[in-house]
Design a protein around this ligand. Structure first.
Ligand code: MG
Length: 281
């Protein structure tokens, strides 16, 4: 079991290597769902694709039966599929994807007790230019946050990099504040919260062996949210489109390792000026 220092779970190199295996399961499932997300597919069919990947890889789901308490029913699927004005936590079902939909796919897996968690947004068929730009801005704001990760980075350094990237875009976007990234390791959601708004130097410092999920949620309108009557699906209050991108990243001695990217984050980090430093075998 990892040790905990000041509330932060610190993973050994071998424990991070196990987390990497979970991260690769997440990367593969996301890629397979993204490929299957074409007009005419139902979101329930994508949940089946994800379950098949978990079975094939010998992994289990950290989303299925996730219980937040408060009398809310446990989460009923292995993936969250959020379409257009849905920001996060959309439940798979009979909804048929149509050309023009922006679909956010959020997925997690457990391997040998360690968790991975990541999300991406895919364009279904032909999506409007402003929708595609929103997804690009969200994806690149995640890259900007990941590029900050190195030993002793503060959570505020990551948050402010995400925020600054979005604020520097030519259009004004909403940055969702009610939902945040999080520490991750032997549980999916751990200390600390990793907001998408913040100031450099603030918040906990992340030493070597810490791991967090960074997950900007960005909207075409205002950032206000509502939750639907299913108690899970989070939507924009103004009905405007939202995008969601996420990776699980670990702090390593030379920088960081993006555990849920197939290439360990090499391409993302090199493009964004980060320090790509995976652990060897
Ligand atoms: Mg997450």
């Amino acid at each position: 079991m990892p040790r905990t220092v000041a509330g932060l779970e610190i993973k050994s190199p071998d424990e991070l290597r196990v987390m990497r295996r979970a991260g690769l399961v997440v990367a593969r499932a996301l890629a397979e769902m993204a490929a299957a997300a074409v007009p005419g597919t139902t979101t329930a069919e994508l949940d089946v694709v994800a379950r098949e990947v978990l079975d094939r890889e010998g992994a289990t789901s950290n989303f299925l039966n996730y219980d937040v308490g408060f009398g809310i029913p446990p989460y009923p699927a292995v993936v969250c599929l959020s379409v257009n004005d849905e920001i996060v936590h959309g439940i798979p079902g009979p909804r048929v994807l149509v050309s023009g939909d922006l679909l956010s796919i959020d997925f997690g897996a457990i391997v040998d007790g360690f968790h991975g968690d990541a999300a991406l947004t895919v364009a279904v068929g032909d999506v409007s230019p402003e929708g595609l730009t929103l997804s690009d801005v969200t994806r690149l704001s995640l890259a900007a946050g990941l590029a900050r990760v190195r030993p002793e980075v503060t959570v505020g350094d990551i948050s402010s990099a995400v925020q600054s990237y979005i604020r520097a875009a030519p259009s004004r976007y909403g940055i969702v504040a009610e939902y945040t990234g999080h520490g991750i390791g032997t549980s999916m959601h751990m200390h600390p919260d990793v907001p998408n708004l913040g100031r450099p130097g603030r918040g906990p410092k992340l030493p070597v062996g810490a791991a967090v999920a960074v997950e900007p949620m960005v909207t075409l309108g205002s950032p206000g949210t509502d939750v639907l009557d299913d108690d899970w699906t989070v939507v924009t209050r103004d009905g405007k489109v939202a995008c969601h991108w996420e990776h699980t990243v670990a702090v390593t001695p030379g920088g960081c390792w993006v555990l849920t990217a197939e290439d360990g984050g090499e391409s993302i980090l090199k493009a964004a000026g980060g320090r790509f430093a995976p652990l060897g075998d």
